[in-house]
Design a protein around this ligand. Structure first.
Ligand SMILES: Nc1ncnc2c1ncn2[C@@H]1O[C@H](COP(=O)(O)OP(=O)(O)OP(=O)(O)O)[C@@H](O)[C@H]1O
Ligand SMILES: [Mg+2]
Length: 258
C-alpha cells in the first residue's frame, strides 16, 4: 500500500529566507508523528506545504500515492486531509453547534455522495466534548474545549491524514495530555490513517507519538522511533545542546504521562 504521505526534495523560500530545504519525509499508516525544532525551523511551513496553504517552489508532495503539489487546499481536502492551526480559528459569533454544522456541510461538499453521515452527538463523543458546549460561543468556553471543537472539525475530513499545529499551546500538560490521548485513539480506531503533530512539549510527544522528527533549518535532520529510548534521548540531546540533563528529564516525565 502507498504511504499516507511522501515528501521528496521539497524546497520553499520566502523572499530569500529558506524555510524548507530539500526536505524528505514519509508517513506510513498508523503513525502519529511529532515534529519538533526551534522557532522558525520550518515546521508550520511543512504543514502548509502538505495542506496546500503554501505552494512548494519545487519537489513532490504525495498523498496516498497522488502528487498533490499543484492542488488547491480544497482539492487536497478531498483526499482526506484535515488541519488545525497554530492560532485558534473559531468564529467569535457562532456557537459550537453552528461550527459543527459548517464542518459537516464542508465534508459533504468535499466528499460528495461518499460523505459519511455525521451526527452532532457522535462528534461530541469523538472528542469528549460535553454537550452543554454545543450552544456556547468561543468566548464562553475554556481553551481546552475550543481545541476539542477544532480537533473534531479537522477530523471530520481527515480520513487519510490529520495535521495538528501546536494544539497543546496555552494548555497545561494535563489538559494537553487529554487531547493527545484523543488523537492517539482516533488513529487506533482508524478514524484517521495517520497524524502529524507540531509540538513544543516534548514529553507529550515522547509519551504518545509513534515517532519524532527533528526539523532544523528546513530539513528533517533526525528521526527517532518513540519505542527506542536511546535514539529518542539522542534526538533530544541534539535539540537541547548545552543542557545534557534535559533529555533524561523529558524521558522521565514521559513515563508519568503514559
Ligand atoms: N508567509 C511567510 N512570509 C515570509 N516568511 C515566512 C512566512 N512563513 C514562514 N516564514 C519564514 O520561514 C521560516 C520558517 O517558519 P515557520 O513558521 O515554518 O517556522 P516554525 O518551525 O513553525 O516556527 P514556530 O515554532 O515559531 O512556530 C521562518 O524564518 C519564518 O520567518
Ligand atoms: Mg509554527
Amino acid at each position: 500500500m502507498n504511504p499516507v504521505l511522501e515528501i521528496v526534495a521539497v524546497c520553499k523560500k520566502f523572499s530569500g529566507v529558506v524555510a524548507l530545504d530539500d526536505l524528505k519525509f514519509t508517513i506510513e499508516e498508523g503513525e502519529m508523528r511529532g515534529l519538533v525544532g526551534a522557532n522558525g525551523a520550518g515546521k508550520t511551513t511543512l504543514l502548509n506545504v502538505i495542506g496546500g496553504q503554501v505552494m512548494a517552489d519545487s519537489g513532490i508532495v504525495r498523498i496516498a500515492g497522488l502528487d498533490v503539489a499543484k492542488f488547491s487546499p480544497w482539492r487536497r481536502a478531498g483526499l482526506g486531509l484535515g488541519r488545525t492551526f497554530q492560532e485558534s480559528r473559531m468564529w467569535a459569533d457562532l456557537t459550537t453547534a453552528e461550527h459543527f454544522g459548517i464542518a459537516i456541510d464542508a465534508s459533504r461538499r468535499i466528499a460528495g455522495r461518499a460523505a459519511p453521515n455525521h451526527a452532532v452527538d457522535d462528534i461530541c463523543s469523538l472528542v469528549e466534548l460535553p454537550k452543554v458546549m454545543l450552544e456556547r460561543m468561543p468566548a464562553q468556553m475554556r481553551l481546552l474545549d475550543r481545541r476539542r471543537v477544532e480537533l473534531a472539525m479537522a477530523t471530520l475530513n481527515a480520513s487519510n491524514l490529520l495535521l495538528i499545529d501546536e494544539i497543546g499551546a496555552g494548555l497545561d500538560v494535563e489538559e494537553a495530555r487529554m487531547l493527545y490521548r484523543l488523537i492517539a485513539r482516533l488513529i487506533d480506531r482508524r478514524c484517521v490513517r495517520a497524524a502529524i503533530l507540531v509540538e513544543h512539549k516534548l514529553e507529550l510527544l515522547a509519551a504518545f507519538a509513534t515517532g519524532i522528527s527533528l526539523i532544523e533549518n528546513g530539513k528533517a535532520s533526525q528521526h527517532a522511533d518513540c519505542k527506542d529510548a536511546a535514539r529518542l534521548a539522542l534526538l533530544m540531546s541534539s535539540m537541547f545542546g548545552h543542557r545534557s540533563d534535559a533529555a533524561a528529564e523529558v524521558l522521565q516525565q514521559r513515563k508519568g504521562l503514559q
